[in-house]
Ligand binder design. Structure first.
Ligand SMILES: Cc1ncc(COP(=O)(O)O)c(C=O)c1O
Length: 384
């Protein structure tokens, strides 16, 4: 930074990966250098070490590192043999990857509505989606709840519906690894949980990466085999059709270093979110975190009166404050997913949220002076 640049004139990043790199110093570079020295780029010792550290962090019995959050979902669904004539219920207000692997396997994602205050799967719509699947002659197999923006879904209600209908719960925690529900970390809660280590995620690497978490020994064994082309005990004795779904050793080395500061970053993210909510609650609908949960704030997303969002986004842009819209369309309104069924009763809340939401810069290194600038810009634009 030019020494004459005043703090309140600095550009504001939406996510500050560079600030985190400064804090990490040479730790990540040294970790990568160690991999370059031992040359075990595939399934090297850092992958096993990371899997053990992640298991200790969240309490899951098995952690299987893999190539992305999307491949993590694919591996779990393949391990359950999800395929044609199966239905898997997903929220429609999510990133497309949640439903994508269901569709890729030839199964049918049934798109259910979410709750306005948490942005997460609505248990009533979920129950209706099970009926929708049956009415369409499909076999309901599972539910993929999403812990959107870092906040856990209503897991008790979802688990009760899953138990009633004999469904698996595959928790898509791509945005929420590190969050807690009733005191426990995500990862040890659902039948299986997946996460993403995409660089912008709360725990991100420097490329693509992901993981599956489960307590189910047999499921974990199938996922490990699927991750390496369906290998059997012998690598060349292929026992099932699989994929190349491994986590790179270099990315595991990066994550091992980042995991050391992750608990502290979660505290910082919560501090930033609390400051936003205190400062904006009278001009916008700020996110609600229920009593049973903590969030890791992958996004800080506010809701606005209809018709005011574009004006706010351009006023903030003019003042150097970036924003993002997650998501401008629920999946069932997108070209690729409009052919899939929506749960009986429709998804009116998701459709409304798509017009109301806007996400503000959020990361663990957002200093109070910069955040105050964002807050002042938001308040100024909304009061006009
Ligand atoms: C809810 C959700 N699920 C799945 C994914 C896919 O993760 P990846 O990009 O690592 O494949 C993402 C990534 O943005 C996500 O937000």
């Amino acid at each position: 930074m030019n020494q004459h640049t005043r703090l309140d004139e600095r550009p504001i990043p939406f996510i500050d990966v560079a600030a985190q790199r400064r804090r990490l110093g040479s730790a990540v570079d040294d970790a990568i250098a160690r991999v370059l020295a031992h040359c075990q780029f595939i399934q090297g010792p850092e992958v096993r070490a990371l899997e053990a550290e992640l298991a200790a962090f969240c309490g899951a019995r098995h952690v299987i590192g893999c190539s992305s959050g999307t491949d993590a979902l694919l591996l779990a669904l393949m391990a359950w043999n999800v395929g044609p004539s199966d239905a898997v219920i997903c929220p429609t207000f999510t990133f497309c990857a949640t439903a994508e692997m269901v569709a890729l396997l030839g199964a049918t994602p049934i798109l259910a509505d979410v709750q306005a205050d948490t942005f997460n799967l609505d248990p009533d719509s979920l129950a209706r989606a099970v009926a929708t699947a049956k009415r369409l002659g499909l076999k309901p197999r599972g539910i993929i709840p999403v812990d959107l923006f870092g906040l856990p879904a209503d897991h008790d209600a979802i688990a009760a519906i899953a138990a009633e209908h004999g469904l698996f719960v595959l928790d898509d925690a791509a945005q929420a690894f590190g969050a807690t529900y009733r005191g426990g970390k995500l990862g040890a809660l659902a039948t299986a949980t997946t996460t993403s280590f995409f660089p912008a995620k709360p725990l991100g690497c420097y490329g693509d990466g992901g993981a599956v978490f489960t307590d189910d020994d047999a499921l974990a064994a199938r996922i490990k085999s699927l991750r390496v082309h369906g290998e059997g005990v012998d690598k060349y004795d292929t026992v099932r059709i699989g994929i190349t779904g491994r986590l790179d050793t270099i990315q595991a080395a990066v994550l091992l270093e980042k995991l050391k500061i992750f608990p502290d970053e979660i505290v910082a993210r919560n501090r930033v979110a609390a400051r936003y909510s205190d400062a904006l609650a009278d001009v916008a609908i700020v996110p609600r975190v229920g009593n049973h949960s903590t969030s890791v704030w992958a996004q800080y997303t506010i809701r606005l009166a209809p018709g005011t969002r574009d004006g706010l986004a351009s006023a903030l842009k003019a003042q150097g404050v970036p924003t993002a819209i997650y998501y401008a369309k629920p999946l069932h309104r997108t070209e690729a997913y409009r052919r899939f069924p929506v749960a009986d009763g429709g998804a009116p809340v998701s459709e409304r949220l798509a017009d109301e939401v806007i996400s503000l810069p959020m990361h663990a290194y957002l200093e109070p002076p910069l955040q105050d600038r964002i807050v002042a810009a938001v308040r100024g634009a909304l009061r006009r």
